[in-house]
Design a protein around this ligand. Structure first.
Ligand code: ADP
Length: 303
């Protein structure tokens, strides 16, 4: 499969950067270890997003502060924490969706495949093509199933047989068998769970390598939720996934890594800022967290 991670986000990637990357790749090849390195010593190639000191403001309001995390390739990272702690704000930073909110300002640095996502030469449309997003409420276009999937590839001018592109995306979204005989019918005729898998397939149609999911199951029944969770487990072979969820069992079931966010109150509770308390392997967060605040949250004492 042609993976979008191999392609530059901006046309004018400098020759110097190419040389640096080639040198880094040679060093990595020469020093490759037999067993996986501990998290703290992982090779740069295992990190898809290197998030460094991200703070986000809406006007004067600092919504999240000083978020620093390495998100790993081909893993599922869950973002958990009480409502309003900035999980959605943070996930939107990863594909520059906050650019679409006029009052939002992002400080700090996010490096994706070695490129600074917020550098002035980076095209946010290219970013969103490679870093797809699925939202809480399924939001198919008022078009046929086929045209929902074909929309992105057509806009992007993707080459290839469109029927094949549509079939491939629907297969990846675990929807092909259910819809192959009614591709030309309106997507609104599908169940909620099918609509959400359609939105996942639509996001995958432009060949991204990251899927961001902001509470993708909160509008779905348990059976549809289970199908999406099974699908996520399959997709992580080929994609890196970040999911916001308020369902802690879901985070524990599906994710490899979990970041627990909380809210700090200032000005006698009038102002609230989100921050990451703890980020670690999911098992550790749920069974033996380092921070008392994490323990209180995952055991249901708070939040
Ligand atoms: P969560 O996803 O954890 O519930 P959000 O990221 O939605 O948290 O919200 C974090 C804070 O940012 C909240 O105080 C919220 O009111 C504020 N916020 C979120 N989106 C916007 C926006 N578009 N404009 C202004 N403030 C926002």
């Amino acid at each position: 499969m042609s993976r979008s991670g191999d392609r530059p986000l901006a046309e004018n990637v400098t020759e110097q950067r190419r040389q640096d990357e080639a040198a880094a790749a040679a060093v990595r090849a020469a020093t490759q270890q037999e067993s996986p390195a501990p998290a703290a010593q992982r090779e740069p190639r295992d990190v898809i997003f290197d998030v460094d000191d991200i703070s986000v403001y809406y006007g004067e309001h600092k919504a999240i502060r000083n978020v620093t995390l390495d998100l790993r390739v081909n893993e599922i990272t869950a973002l958990i924490g009480p409502s309003g702690c900035g999980k959605s704000t943070f996930i939107r930073c990863l594909n520059r969706m906050n650019d679409l909110i006029p009052s939002a300002r992002v400080d700090g640095k996010i490096v994706y495949h070695g490129e600074d996502l917020y550098a002035s030469n980076i095209d946010p449309v290219q970013v969103r093509k490679r870093i797809g997003m699925v939202f809480q409420k399924p939001n198919p276009f008022p078009k046929s199933i086929y045209d929902n999937i074909a929309f992105g590839p057509r806009v992007m001018g993707m080459k290839g047989d469109m029927d094949e592109i549509v079939e491939r995306a629907l297969r990846r979204g675990a929807l092909w068998e259910e819809v192959k005989d009614r591709l030309k019918t309106n997507a609104f005729g599908m169940s909620g769970g099918q609509q959400q898998r359609l939105c996942i397939a639509r996001a995958l149609a432009t060949e991204p390598d990251v899927l961001l999911m902001d509470e993708p199951c909160s509008a779905l029944d348990p059976i549809s939720t289970g199908r999406i969770e099974d699908l996520m487990a399959e997709l992580k072979q080929d994609y890196s996934i970040v999911i916001v969820t308020h369902n802690m069992q879901q985070a524990a079931r599906v994710s490899d890594m979990t970041a627990f966010f909380t809210v700090e109150l200032h000005d006698e509770g009038k102002s609230r800022t989100g921050m990451v308390v703890e980020y670690d392997e999911t098992d550790k967060i749920f069974t033996n967290p380092d921070d008392k605040r994490t323990e209180d949250y995952v055991t249901g004492k708070f939040g």
